[in-house]
Design a protein around this ligand. Sequence first.
Ligand code: 13P
Ligand code: SF4
Length: 336
Amino acid sequence: MKEITAQDEISLHRNGFLEYDVDPELDLFVEIQKLKKEKNAVILAHYYQDGDIQDIADFVGDSLQLSQEAARTSADIIAFAGVHFMAETAKILSPNKKVILPDLKAGCSLSDSCPAPIFAKFKEKYPDHIVVSYVNCTADLKTLTDICCTSSNAVHVINSIPKDKGIIFAPDKNLGAYLEKVTGRKMILWNGACMVHEIFSKERIAKLKHQNPEAIIIAHPECEEPVLAMAEFIGSTSQLLNFTKKKEYNSFIVATEAGIIHQMERASPQKTFIPAPPNNHCACNECPHMKRNTLEKLYICLKYELPEVVLSQEVIQKSRACIDRMLEISEKAGLK
Ligand code: 13P
Ligand code: SF4
């Protein structure tokens, strides 16, 4: 393995990845397959990654499926094509494996909205409450959490808590409000949101629906309430994908990050998928954090096994319990 130079350190720190030129003649699909075999590495990719990354991954899934896969893999290296909190979760579940992320700066606005030291103070105000955190949060926040959840299992997690117990839900206020509605539980909600799901325009979706009356509006629960109110189906990325496979529907307006449409089109090539528009004319229905990962960065990161996601033993130990509880609840409910 190449020695890491001072210049490499600078590029890792400044850019979040090693700044090496990749020969444009290289067939990255072939090279990445070779590296994976040589190093006994596995590539896990989230549905919001670019299509080429999803195509080369060993496993593509939603946050719950990716954490289940990270816990069960026998590979020596996990190359995580997703964002930082996802790679941290993989490290917590597989502490003896090397976890690498193509770009260390692939963050998450939701995760950033809830800094652990501020949350710790907030939590002190509700000493008898159970803390449920959406998995989209830092490992440090997970150390302050009783049970984690993803959008696939959040309803099961909330329903597993005795009715007389108060709940603090962090960091997503939109998912929290949706859960309050579905479970009938009132919770203390942290005021965070996802920059991508928050930007969908109710008016522009209504216009699209008017132009495409046969299209079914489907939405992720990270969307704001007015968009969720228009949706005919609400679910996590994998639940949305499964819904689109149903025979009876042929056309969809998709209110979540547009990367999921890659798998929807692969599964149902004859159907139509219209990305829900944001409230301006930017490409804001693409997550800029997820999209920091590229095939070139994935190749470099596998080749040099950098950047690596490192957590202290203390954080790993303290954050693991809330993820294990979530996985137990999911297993009991038969969620995959
Ligand atoms: P899921 O894939 O679990 O639905 O999560 C969506 C998301 O926003 C991930 O960052
Ligand atoms: Fe975070 Fe939203 Fe991007 Fe998911 S889509 S990683 S919640 S900013």
